[in-house]
Design a protein around this ligand. Structure first.
Ligand SMILES: O=C(O)CCC(=O)C(=O)O
Ligand SMILES: [Fe+2]
Length: 314
């Protein structure tokens, strides 16, 4: 399905009409579909190409080399998570994937630094860490602009989210779905789920497979052009907006049999605020026909609950 396409350059153009049109398009798309493709997203193409190159080199390492980067007790939040560990909420069968997660680097004197585990430094692939750091910052910047547009759509101050996402708990996750070697029992590459965070930015997944569940209950493939990124609403934003903006269910299906011998790679950036941000439903999203749907919680409390549900945290 062609998801709505928005042009981030409109928002940043300085032309008030173009900016407002962008806000309306993005907000409407997030009320209706929950997913958009963003062009002129500001993440340099060379950086994305480098990132994919190093990610492929990493997953091609022998198993014992990768396992050096799998750190128990970090709930998969930093470093490597081997094949078959994570399952979708409510599903028994683990997803057919391995992944590597990279988190925030606090560079100012924000005391939140002590709450974040250090990133796991990969020594086997030159330039891996520096490329992850650069891409992480680029995603934060694009994500901040998108959240400014969302804030305006919700009638909030344009900079409402800025302080919450500065030094936020975002995760850059590189995923490898290996070739399929035997008939999978019940598992698919990534079982249906909703993302936990505020918004997810996804660059150029290397092969087909991503599908979203429509309001009519049909699974439809997400298609976007190579120069676009896909950006969807996660459960934290859905909760904050009392279900006004939709965290749409999605999954990654297995390829047809003749493509079983191919890998799929994808690199989502899960944009999280700091743990202390309140996700209490916004007053402006509550009225008689939309009664408050969730109890108050902070982003940190909510994240812990969700990590337990997907088998990453005990
Ligand atoms: O691999 C993809 O394209 C999407 C993965 C995904 O939905 C996730 O990791 O939350
Ligand atoms: Fe997802």
């Amino acid at each position: 399905m062609a998801i709505p396409v928005v042009n981030l350059a409109d928002f940043l153009s300085g032309d008030p009409q173009l900016k407002q049109a962008f806000v309306n398009q993005l907000g409407k798309a997030y009320e209706d579909v929950g997913f958009v493709a963003v062009k002129n997203h500001g993440i340099p193409d060379e950086l994305i190409a480098d990132l994919y190159k190093y990610v492929q080199q990493f997953f091609a390492l022998p198993r014992d080399a990768k396992e050096k980067y799998e750190i128990p007790d970090l709930a998969g939040q930093r470093g490597y998570t081997s094949f078959g560990k994570e399952h979708a909420k409510g599903s028994e069968a683990p997803d057919l994937k391995e992944f590597f997660q990279f988190g925030q680097t606090v560079e100012d004197d924000d005391p939140i630094k002590s709450e974040y585990p250090d990133n796991v430094q990969v020594n086997d692939v030159a330039s891996f860490n520096v490329t992850f750091t650069k891409t992480y910052r680029a995603f934060e910047k694009s994500g901040r602009a998108l959240l400014q547009a969302i804030a305006l759509y919700l009638g909030l101050d344009e900079h409402y989210f800025d302080e919450h996402i500065h030094n936020g708990n975002s995760i850059l996750r590189a995923i490898h779905y290996p070739p399929i070697t035997q008939e999978p029992k019940s598992a698919i590459r990534a079982e249906q789920h909703e993302d936990i965070n505020l918004i997810t930015l996804l660059v150029g997944a290397s092969a087909d497979g991503l599908q979203i569940l429509t309001k009519q209950n049909d699974w439809v493939p997400v298609t976007s052009l190579p120069e676009q990124i896909v950006v969807n609403v996660g459960d934290m934003l859905q909760r904050l907006t009392n279900n006004k903006l939709k965290s749409t269910t999605h999954r990654v299906v297995n390829p047809p049999r003749e493509m079983w011998n191919t890998s799929r790679y994808s690199i989502p950036f899960f944009l999280h605020p700091k743990g202390e941000m309140s996700l209490a439903c916004l007053e402006s999203c509550i009225d008689a026909s939309h009664p408050k749907a969730y109890p108050d919680a902070t982003a940190g409390e909510y994240l812990d609950e969700r990590l337990r549900e997907i088998g990453l945290k005990k």
